[in-house]
Ligand binder design. Structure first.
Ligand code: ENO
Ligand code: FE2
Length: 451
């Protein structure tokens, strides 16, 4: 292993214009804009919910005149205007117009493409990764302000336009990173949002990858970052991964995790042992089935990359309800999902009203890693559940979406949910391609259901 990752610091998104996404993240997904870096040629905004931090970067060919002249985001209302007022209050001329802590991707589509990790020692990671043949887009670089200094470097991943910023912020006392200024909080109902939308961290990141590339991707992450295999199914073949290859679904899933691989025996002074890990899932399509969403992603995105990100919530029902009320569109699972044999019983056993879950489009499944010994399958207390709901794509292209996930004992994924996700994305894309304009026929309507 070359780089010892201590934690996931943030994920960055690169978009043509930050306005709509900033508005959506704050007003609909209930993230807080807490730091910003505004130069004459670029905008970088940082949003937080629990330990989940997104940095939204605007491609640098944009100028700031719309912002400075007070033009509002497309979906302008008073709260989005307030976001901008607070952000630009501190605008200062920054002679360095580069995208700090990152690089602009070559693709011109909006994309989530940098997963930034804190590391113990940037210089050491750089040297050993480079010795192993990794391509660096930014060599170790120091940035400082009055609150300390940060060292970072950017390495290219083997996956499409994905790269990883490796960062050491142990000598920095500011809220985020040097070069960013703090943004005063903008929404008055913050406290409500914490209880209604208790998102705590990034649960998993799913890559869409070309056929037959999984083994190489896994090797890259194992060799360079020490990721370890996470078996989705206890029966899963080591080389094949978890395969669904019937009824129109052609999918190979393989998962890895990075947390448990940190250098054994070495206690990192800044490592928060209570922070959960984030899994990386590789999705590859299989040729035997017809049209599919992984291939559509590769075409629209112009290569492999991040297909979706799972946000962990402690209460998926209230989070979904709050977000839907605020305007987030979720996929509707196939109606048959809720009427499958045993599904309603399973939901009731887990303590949920099936009708309520169905109204919200929330999926409930048992972990494929379920212990199959008789003592574990007979009692409901030992069942390990996971609940998931998926948003519709959040960019103009259908290349990226978010997921909410609540785990009740389950650490992996469930077969029924994987199938349902596949089918609802597929139905959405087929509907989209049949009707050129974005349709809302699959929207979940906002309900008043209780939980
Ligand atoms: O189930 C999840 O949330 C996953 O992340 C696994 C997954 C990945 C890609 C698909 O098209 C379907 C399921
Ligand atoms: Fe997922």
């Amino acid at each position: 292993m070359a780089a010892y990752l201590s934690r996931l610091h943030h994920i960055s998104l690169h978009v043509k214009s930050v306005d709509k996404l900033a508005y959506d993240l704050v007003s609909k997904f209930k993230f807080n804009l807490f730091a910003a870096r505004l130069t004459d040629k670029s905008r970088q905004l940082a949003f937080r919910k629990g330990a989940a931090v997104f940095v939204v970067n605007e491609r640098s060919n944009q100028t700031l005149h719309t912002l400075n002249e007070g033009a509002s985001p497309t979906t302008s209302n008073s709260s989005s205007r307030k976001i901008w007022n607070d952000a630009i209050k501190h605008k200062r001329k920054n002679i360095d117009d580069k995208c700090l802590y990152d690089v602009h991707p070559q693709y011109t589509v909006d994309t989530a493409c940098n997963v930034c990790f804190e590391v113990e020692d940037v210089e050491r990671s750089f040297n050993s990764l480079r010795d192993q043949g990794c391509e660096f887009l930014v060599p170790p670089t120091v940035v400082h302000d009055e609150r300390g200094l940060v060292t970072f470097s950017v390495v290219k991943s083997i996956v499409g336009n994905v790269c990883h910023t490796l960062i050491d912020r142990t000598k920095y006392e500011g809220i985020f990173l040097p070069g960013f200024h703090d943004v005063d909080n903008v929404i008055s109902s913050d406290l409500d949002q914490v209880s209604d939308c208790p998102i705590t961290h990034f649960d998993h990141i799913t890559y869409a990858c070309p056929r037959k590339s999984t083994a190489e991707v896994m090797r890259w992450y194992e060799r360079h970052f020490g990721f370890q295999r996470f078996f989705i199914d206890s029966e899963e073949d080591v080389d094949e991964g978890y395969v669904l290859n019937q009824d129109g679904i052609g999918l190979r899933l393989t998962a890895m995790e990075f947390w448990k691989c940190s250098e054994e025996g070495i206690q990192l002074p800044f490592k928060d042992v209570t922070e959960p890990d984030c899994k990386f899932v590789i999705a590859e399509s299989l040729p035997e089935q017809s049209s599919n969403q992984v291939d559509t992603f590769l075409e629209q995105h112009k290569g492999p990359g991040i297909q979706h990100i799972g946000l962990y919530t402690q209460d998926i029902v209230s989070t979904t309800q709050t977000m839907a009320t605020a305007g987030v569109h979720f996929f509707s699972p196939p109606p048959a999902y809720y009427t499958e044999l045993g599904k309603q019983q399973e939901m009731e056993d887990a303590g949920y009203d099936p009708q309520m879950l169905s109204q919200h489009g929330i999926l409930l499944d048992t972990d494929l890693r379920q212990d199959s010994s008789p003592s574990h399958t007979t009692t409901n207390q030992n069942k390990r559940y996971l609940l998931q709901v998926f948003t519709k794509p959040i960019f103009a292209e259908d290349t990226f979406f978010l997921e909410l996930i609540e785990r009740r004992g389950a650490s992996g994924f469930g077969e029924g949910n994987i199938r349902a996700l596949w089918r609802s994305v597929q139905a959405y894309m087929e509907n989209e391609s049949a009707m050129p304009q974005r349709q809302n026929t699959h929207d979940i309507t906002v309900q008043t259901g209780q939980h």
